[in-house]
Write a protein that binds this ligand. Structure first.
Ligand SMILES: Nc1ncnc2c1ncn2[C@@H]1O[C@H](COP(=O)(O)OP(=O)(O)OP(=O)(O)O)[C@@H](O)[C@H]1O
Length: 967
């Protein structure tokens, strides 16, 4: 507080009142009497003992060293006389407090902030004690106020208007500031209460920080405990103008988040946080602010004493020096937190609590007059998390030269290849820093809106999610528009702090920057890699198949097993597998069940003879399949663990699916067809798989029950990609050209005005109106209202919203591919086809699962093809199938691909069909499947090995097929 002497800080009036009340406590009867406790509800919070002790100590000190100079403050005089008078004084003061408002006001005099009176005037000896007392009282009062505020509902607070006033003040300043800088001011809503204190002579934060530390250092350890402080200063830089301004520091902006918390016994996590934005007022309005500073000054309750604070202060100073050193690095400005605190062991919990610092990297000329905007944010902090909160930047991430940061997840290098400062554009930076700081604020469990953060326009903080696989510590990466990457960690609980955090979320790249951040764990990277290279590669590419490329399978032990064998033998080959069964034989190869030698890991290995493929001109199909398999990472699609070539045999080591295929499973059903719920389950999973493939630019083209394998857990896996078409995807934002009503009609057909059967219920008694209730308001959910009303306006608006389509709706191919009964009319006609063929086959599949046969099957293939093109769709009378199911099939089996459901907006269109109403798409992978497969009877042929276990593969071409035999 001493550092803010003279500051014209606007403080909430309520705080001042509480301050006065708080100060009057010194004149009240001794603690412990019930009377006293009743009158001081805040003291019930548990810190009155230590405070009383502190005050007693103070009083004693003051009495021992009487000085006429102390009389300069009337309030101090009052305290001194009170102290010497003993308890009776308190009674009298207490009486006067209750009877005379003016005297009550007098008790506030030593404590108000912003008065002309300065306790620093005069000799420091006695004044420092006064000041200490004053500081203590103020901080205690602040805490009491904060605690009280926590217990009060926001709605009941009369401070609303004051907050508004303060906000408007703040906005004024921001507007002014933004006006000068040309930056827009974030007009987001805010719950943050701020007080603005534009002060000309207030020291800059760079000055004030050491002052506070000095105070900590000079005070004896047995005197009043100064609130311990920890700071996080996130140095960032940006460019308001959006120009790449290299190096030259024009002005500074600092944002200071400060919390005041005193008394180690205070368990509450409440505190006041201050945001200070400093701007160099000497700069003309048009000058671009380049450097920014985020400073979070947080009192740490765990600091036991001033001696501890001393060490801590020294360490903070070191941190500042260290940061300054980093600042001098031209290419990367890395600020550090934890590691700066001496060489504190990372395991020490107390030290860890202290370590929250990134210092100002920017050397500030002291002589320059500065204008400070002090934003005081009253932030309500979750009690538990606030006390446990630790923000830190791990210096271990910073290489000695300060030019490189390591990704915490994979310890890969996060390089800034730019040697220049690449700064954000105005809007970018403003938006991003505002958003980022919101995220950051959430990270530190501060419940507050961030309107006041609008002016932190040059700061980019990227929140990183918690990695559940590692520990509970959060990791944040903070990027200062490309110059620096700061990794912040937040510890939720000291007990589970491990010192490591994972950055799950990639830093958003600065669109104006040429720098590149390289992360090894990025599925986006693998996608990019794939798209740039689709050629066949053999073992050299095995390393690419790290679990990092298949996040959803990253915990799979089979990755480790493969890796282990590869490490042990240098390469992976057929010799490392025991071929157990022949699972099936396809057009381009034979699939075997295989066990990796020395492990219990089973795989399905597809073996293809390269020579055979070349002879039959099927190499491109094999290549396409391999390329597609390489990029898949989806629960309903196969995982490719490895690929290699042995003896001119190309092998794909895939995930083994023990449940056979859906065709076999359907045959096992009583009526040779699935129930509607079961069919819905399977086609829903297929739909997700197709959607995923489409988004990867893969048109599957060979959907049929035989290619849908059943996993051990009963979920499905779509396999066989040798007929798939790879194409480019141009995600487009599709605006609805048709009026909402037309969209609705397209989606729902006649059902938006009539009754229909629920998808999972084929009983007529279950007839209820079912059109898209998910999108309807609660009012419209009422069947009575729905009977009379047209679809809800909200639904219409939703339908008319632009929609992102990331599927290859425009792709075209003229190949004649597929299976006769599943061929789409446009393929048969040779008109060229696109992704809509998958929606046709999807309709045929649903039909077959429900009716046990395909819709256009003829006596022979020719008739089948003819039926597909010319015959209209008919539904058998039995089994009984819901209206929605039939409707969906009807909309999918539209002969004109452009009118087919899904042809315009892809899978999203189909997902919204009432047949899937109520289905939780996101959690379907966790849903209980209709049945579990009999994994010991999947029709695979047992492979018998000759004596001596000498196994050789012999491939035979049988017709168009290639079959491998063991002999
Ligand atoms: N991962 C797997 N797990 C279990 N069985 C599999 C797996 N992959 C394929 N199979 C079985 O192997 C058989 C052959 O599959 P493959 O993909 O080689 O050809 P296909 O689908 O039968 O026909 P084609 O490749 O000619 O279109 C499949 O029918 C299936 O029963």
């Amino acid at each position: 507080m001493g550092s803010f002497v003279g500051a014209c800080e606007i403080v909430e009036e309520k705080d001042v009142v509480r301050l006065a009340k708080h100060s009057s406590r010194y004149c009240m009867p001794p603690l412990g009497s019930s009377n006293d406790i009743e009158q001081r509800p805040a003291l019930k919070s548990g810190y009155q003992g230590s405070m009383e002790y502190d005050i007693d100590q103070l009083f004693q000190s003051i009495t021992i060293k009487p000085s006429p100079r102390r009389m300069m403050g009337s309030s101090f005089h009052h305290l001194e006389t009170s102290a010497s008078a003993g308890t009776s004084r308190c009674t009298s003061a207490g009486t006067s407090r209750s009877t005379s408002p003016s005297k009550k006001g007098a008790t506030k005099k030593p404590f108000p902030m912003g008065t002309p009176r300065s306790p620093r005037v005069g000799p420091s000896d006695s004044i420092s004690l006064k000041q200490a007392l004053r500081d203590l009282c103020i901080s205690k009062a602040s805490e009491m106020a904060a605690q009280k505020r926590l217990s009060k509902s926001a709605a009941a607070s009369p401070r609303v208007s004051e907050a508004d006033r303060i906000k408007s003040l703040y906005r004024q300043v921001l507007n002014e500031s933004a006006g000068r800088s040309g930056l827009p001011v974030d007009k987001g809503k805010s719950l943050v209460e701020i007080s603005l204190t534009p002060v000309d002579d207030i020291p800059s934060s760079s000055q004030s920080v050491p002052q506070r530390f000095d105070a900590l250092e000079t005070e004896p350890s047995d005197s009043i405990s100064e609130p311990s402080q920890a700071e996080i200063i996130l140095p960032v830089s940006g460019n308001r103008s959006g120009l790449k301004t290299v190096g030259c520091q024009v002005s500074e902006t600092s944002l200071l988040l400060k919390s005041h918390k005193s008394g180690s016994s205070l368990s509450s996590g409440s505190g006041d946080y201050e945001l200070q934005i400093e701007e160099n007022a000497s700069y003309p309005p048009h000058v671009v602010i380049e450097d920014s500073l985020v400073e979070i000054d947080k009192h740490v309750t765990s600091l036991p004493s001033c001696s501890g604070s001393k060490v801590y202060a020294e360490e903070l100073d070191k941190s500042i020096v260290s940061s300054a050193r980093l600042k001098s690095e031209p290419t990367v400005l890395i600020s550090e937190l934890n590691g700066n605190f001496g060489n504190a062991p990372s395991s020490g919990t107390e030290d860890r609590k202290l370590v929250s610092k990134v210092t100002n990297n920017i050397p500030r000329p002291k002589s320059r007059p500065k204008r400070r905007i002090l934003l005081k944010r009253k932030l309500r902090i979750a009690v538990a998390s606030a006390t446990k909160m630790v923000e830190k930047v791990d210096t271990s991430l910073v290489e000695p030269n300060g030019s490189q940061v390591l990704c915490q997840k994979c310890h890969c290098a996060v390089k800034s290849t730019s040697s220049e400062n690449h700064l954000l554009t105005d809007t970018d930076s403003t938006e991003k820093c505002s958003n980022d700081l919101r995220s950051f604020s959430k990270d530190v469990s501060i419940e507050a809106d961030q309107e006041s953060l609008a002016s932190t326009r040059l700061i980019r903080i990227v929140k990183c999610n918690k990695d559940p696989n590692k520990d509970s510590s959060d990791s944040c990466e903070v990027c200062d528009s490309g110059e620096a990457v700061i990794v912040m960690k937040q510890e939720v609980s000291p007990s589970n702090y491990s010192g490591k955090g994972d950055a799950d979320e990639q830093i958003r790249e600065n669109p104006t920057s040429s720098e590149k951040f390289e992360f090894s764990l990025s599925s986006k990277n693998s996608l990019g890699d794939y798209s740039s290279s689709t050629s066949m590669s053999e073992e050299s590419n095995l390393s690419r198949f790290s679990c990092g490329n298949k996040p959803h399978m990253s915990m799979d032990v089979r990755w480790e097993a493969i890796k282990h064998v590869k490490l042990q033998y240098g390469s992976l080959g057929l010799r490392h597998f025991n071929l157990l069964k022949k699972l099936g034989c396809g057009d381009i190869g034979t699939v075997y069940l295989a066990e990796l030698v020395g492990t219990n890991c089973l795989f399905a290995i597809k073996v293809m003879d390269n020579e055979f493929l070349a002879r039959r001109k099927k190499t491109p199909r094999a290549q396409a399949e391999r390329a597609i398999l390489k990029m898949l990472d989806h629960p309903f699609l196969p995982t490719l663990y490895a690929q290699f070539t042995s003896d001119n045999l190309s092998c794909l080591v895939m995930e083994y699916c023990p449940g056979g295929d859906l065709h076999v499973l359907r045959q096992k059903q009583l009526s040779r067809c699935f129930s509607e719920p079961a069919a819905r389950f399977y086609v829903a999973e297929i739909l997700l798989a197709l959607e995923y493939l489409h988004m990867l630019g893969v048109i599957y083209r060979d959907l049929k029950p035989e290619n849908i394998l059943v996993r051990e857990d009963g979920h499905i896996m779509l396999t066989d990609f040798d007929l798939s078409l790879r194409c480019a995807v141009n995600p487009t934002l599709l605006r609805s050209t048709s009026p909402p009503e037309k969209d609705l009609a397209r989606m729902s057909g006649p059902y938006n005005t009539s009754n229909c059967i629920q998808p999972l219920c084929i009983e007529p008694s279950c007839r209820v109106p079912c059109f898209s209730p998910r999108l309807l308001s609660t009012q419209a959910r009422n069947p009575k209202q729905r009977k009379t009303k047209r679809p809800d306006l909200l639904t219409q608006q939703f339908r008319s919203l632009p929609q992102l389509v990331a599927e290859p709706t425009e792709a075209r191919s003229n190949s004649f591919v597929g299976t006769h009964e599943y061929l789409a009319p446009e393929i048969i006609k040779g008109e060229g086809h696109g992704a809509a063929v998958d929606w046709w086959t999807f309709g045929v599949l649903l039909y077959e699962l429900l009716y046990g046969k395909t819709p256009f099957k003829g006596y022979d293939n020719e008739e089948t093809l003819s039926n597909v093109v010319y015959q209209s769709l008919k539904f058998p009378d039995s089994p009984l199938v819901s209206f929605q199911a039939k409707e969906l099939i009807r909309k999918l089996l539209v002969k004109d691909p452009e009118s087919r459901l899904g042809s315009v907006k892809g899978a999203a269109e189909i997902k919204r069909h009432p047949f899937f109403e109520g289905l939780n798409w996101a959690l379907i992978r966790c849903a209980i499947p209709p049945e579990l497969p009999d994994i010991y009877d999947n029709g695979a042929t047992e492979v018998t090995f000759p004596e001596g276990n000498n196994r050789y593969l012999e491939c035979k071409a049988i017709g168009d097929h290639l079959e491998f035999q063991l002999f």
